[in-house]
Design a protein around this ligand. Sequence first.
Ligand SMILES: Cc1cc2nc3c(=O)[nH]c(=O)nc-3n(C[C@H](O)[C@H](O)[C@H](O)COP(=O)(O)OP(=O)(O)OC[C@H]3O[C@@H](n4cnc5c(N)ncnc54)[C@H](O)[C@@H]3O)c2cc1C
Length: 247
Amino acid sequence: MADHFSLRLAHSRMLAPAVRHMAFERADGQPFAFLPGQFVQIHFHYADGKPTKRSYSVATVADGGAVRRIEIAVSYVDGGAATALLSALSEGGTVEASGPYGRFILMDGDANRRYLLIATGTGVTPYRAMLPQLAATIERRGIEVALLYGARSEAELLYGEEFEAFARIQPRFRFVPCLSRGARALPRPQDRLGHVQTVLPELAPDPAGDIAYLCGNPDMVDQTFEALKQAGLPIPHIRREKYVSSR
Ligand SMILES: Cc1cc2nc3c(=O)[nH]c(=O)nc-3n(C[C@H](O)[C@H](O)[C@H](O)COP(=O)(O)OP(=O)(O)OC[C@H]3O[C@@H](n4cnc5c(N)ncnc54)[C@H](O)[C@@H]3O)c2cc1C
């Protein structure tokens, strides 16, 4: 059930030129219980006093249960209200929040052979949080996991080294960065050029064995949803989280 609390910024770093990783702790010192894939909402007011809120997926890598740190990755949007608030927040500063919310989570009852995890931009953060659960599911059921991740350039590949490291120790996890604005200086074997929609056919989506998760840019989510539907995946096996602005 969703809870309301203040969050204090404990630590932050820039992940990309316009994306800030922010690690918060509850100001009341309480742990935060969530399921990997869920999001929190940040509550604030416009200049005219009208209340508003924005959603951010929890990026914290958790082994289950409750965590001390609520990590999010905030992509700055020109003229954005939450962008103004969160880009100006210093360590020690507080914001109002609530959560957890959402059903974009891995399901215990799934009997698939492979998860296709697809994201653009900060849409990759739920998958970062899911890594321990994915490792446990790979161990338990011998499934494969492919993460197809779209970014414009290497500099915008958020948590790319963490996913690479996970793929190195976990042969059943494949990390496929899709770079839409050209190759990196030192391309890696799994790199692909273009959008995730273009690269998807290479993974040969399988209606009998795949469950897909799509997260991030709404156009990407819609187009990939259509492509997977055309490939024959049942709609309940195409799970979506669209990063739309909630004003
Ligand atoms: C379930 C959910 C989870 C989300 N998780 C994340 C997350 O983990 N990280 C994250 O950064 N965002 C996430 N978002 C989006 C986030 O909630 C905000 O919409 C985003 O940060 C922009 O808010 P803002 O107040 O800065 O901009 P706004 O004041 O809402 O928008 C300012 C202007 O920019 C446009 N705009 C808004 N968003 C974008 C965009 N992405 N690209 C281009 N133009 C845009 C608006 O149409 C408007 O014209 C999520 C959204 C949802 C629904």
